[in-house]
Design a protein around this ligand. Sequence first.
Ligand code: AMP
Ligand code: MG
Length: 348
Amino acid sequence: MKTVVETMTDGVDEDGILRAGEILRGGGLVAFPTETVYGLGADALDQEAARKIYQAKGRPSDNPLIVHIADWEAIHKITEELPPQAKLLADTFWPGPLTMILKKSAAVPRATTGGLDTVAVRMPDNAVALALIRAGGGYVAAPSANTSGRPSPTTAGHVLEDMDGVIDMIIDGGPVQIGLESTIVDLTGEVPVILRPGFISQEMLRGVIGPVEMDRGLSSQDPAVHPKAPGMKYRHYAPKAPLFIVEGEAGRVRQKINELTVAEHERGHLAGVIATDESLGFYEHAAVKSIGSRTEELSIAQHLYAILREFDLMDVSVIYSEAFEMPQLGAAIMNRLMKAAGHQVIEV
Ligand code: AMP
Ligand code: MG
């Protein structure tokens, strides 16, 4: 298959959107930019189209897809029951990086929801994405546009690395703004529960709807306690080289990473280091990359996946990363980094 690339870095191109919408209506696959990461879109109400997404990504079929809408009214067709919190959250955070889990209606095929009775819904904050959803019929199922297990794509180039020749079209809208997937909040139980941390933090949600819990399965070390979002149980975002997170007081972290990279160098290998603008100059005998500045949380979120992909293109034998405990985005960044590292942590 030839994958067409449509460039829309300067905004919506109406002709291109019409062509992309036709592909979606015909059951095809179009990757597109959102504010979080690039999505791999298909008609969410067409089970054959949804199945193609699983095939293209190599995604396990029990891992449900998020349905993207462009207008609030569209939610009624795909949900059975709308708790009052849904409207409150939509009024505050949509369009934006928040996904809500709700009871699904019969209009949504189980191929889209991974067999579940619930559906994940989001309205992305990106003009190209919104135009595409409308042109494609109003309901676009879209997981991240990466091969399953690889870091999520934050540029159209990343999508091409994984999906060239596999999907019909990629819309290049330039680099994304946030760089981490949406926060997922489950509204089907008595108390809303965060199933995946993201840009919209627990505190931000509490400010609008009161008590909100964090899924215990996200942080539990007990292998019997599973995360509630099926996708969160899989190893994700994994770079090719083993990744270790070094945690502790900043000075000791730097010292420990230096010892480790020097030892790797003496064995004749090259280690990679995920540093920050503040610590970049401290490391020796390693491939050192800055992920962003500690004074700007968003810069760290934006570059996490790109940096993991960059290390994949280099011949590093191991990667060491500093930890990023930060006020708003810390939970989301550390959740993704821990998954990428397969929870390998070195405490100093
Ligand atoms: P991605 O689209 O790649 O960001 O992954 C979507 C995430 O949403 C996965 O972790 C899914 O498990 C989760 N998800 C989607 N639909 C549901 C649902 N109905 N219930 C729980 N989690 C869901
Ligand atoms: Mg994903």
